[in-house]
Design a protein around this ligand. Sequence first.
Ligand code: V47
Ligand code: SF4
Length: 399
Amino acid sequence: MSSLSFPAGISELAVDSGLQDIAEKVYAGQRLTREDAIRLYQSDDLLTVGALAEYARRRTAGAGKERYVYYIHNMHLNPTNFCVETCRFCSYANPAERGRAYTWSVDQVLAEAGKGAALGINEIHMVGGLNPACDLAYYEDILRAMRAKYPQIHMKAFTAVEIEYLANLEGLSYEAVLKRLVEAGLGSMPGGGAEIFDDQVRERMAVKKTPGPVYLEIHGIAHGLGLKSNATMLTGIGESIENKVDHMLMLRGQQDLSGGFQCFIPLKCYYEGTDIEAEVKEPTAADLLKDVAVSRLLLDNFPHIKAYWIQLGVELAQLALSFGADDMDGTIGEEKITHAAGAKTPLQLAKERMEELISTSGYQAVERDTIYNIKAVACTEPRLVETPMSERLSAILAV
Ligand code: V47
Ligand code: SF4
């Protein structure tokens, strides 16, 4: 039994929505099953599911941090958009883009990073296409040059997909590749490239890279080397509820073994420049909030759930904070992958704006570093949300 009391009325809500047994498990801190998660997804009672997730978020946060929502001052950097793969949902590196493919020199990467350094960023999230011209030595050079010039910037870089590609390109093991990158200055790994682990969805989307077990193996090796990493799930590519739940359960199982995942990030596919829209179902706002809430409840061993505002949009990301998310990602600067596929979100959010978005959602903004050390608790106090959550929810769902 938790020392936190259940949010007012939640037990009654849960009875009304037929989720009382799950609510009791959440309250008792018991692990949810596959069937529980499927029922949460199938429930029409979004607010009760959200309230359960909010309760779980507070308990995971720990005493005194119940209302903390984290963000980081960071930028994204993509040294190449050429990719030998042709995943059907990817507009960033699809064949039509090949005519416009670019590959930066180490100096160009440094020049881009310099723009972020001038703004005082403390993390670079660096990922790119699978490009035979970008071998292990190229990335080692980037990491070494970055460490020499900008030692204050943490390099969160290389998805498991890129690690697999570099290992095959160089004829090295995953561990050998990771060790060389760590030696050159790699600080942690992002969660990209997981997509949906289900083989049939992957086949339909022409995803040939890094099957689920390999993604998990690479993250497990990274954790064994002392690296922290994140994990993602891409929705809107023809997946079922069961596919999503099974994806999360595979991540939960890996986390039980290796423990180095910090954060789970549900992603939403944008379709511009792809040919998949007619054969998939676009997630609704309610679906996206469920992904946040169910992941918070099912992934009981992940400390953080991210509301990725670049894809959710700022308003839905704010609302996701009341559905179990406790992280708004970062100020970001330039973002290419989702914007190549039609996202219209602004590209840069100043720190002050980020803090305002969090505090006006009723939470305490906390600036963090990549591995969740607290850099500063914002002086803006959580403000009462002017419109009640249920009204905000109906407004957003009506769009
Ligand atoms: O891996 C590809 C996805 C991911 C599209 O670790 C698309 O902190 C939408 O992984 N529409 C990259 N998404 C983003 C990512 C990420 C983002 C923020 C934080 C972190 C973290 C990781 O974007 C790719 C892929 O799954 N993606 N195409 C598309 N058309
Ligand atoms: Fe390449 Fe990644 Fe795009 Fe697939 S999703 S085509 S692996 S950049």
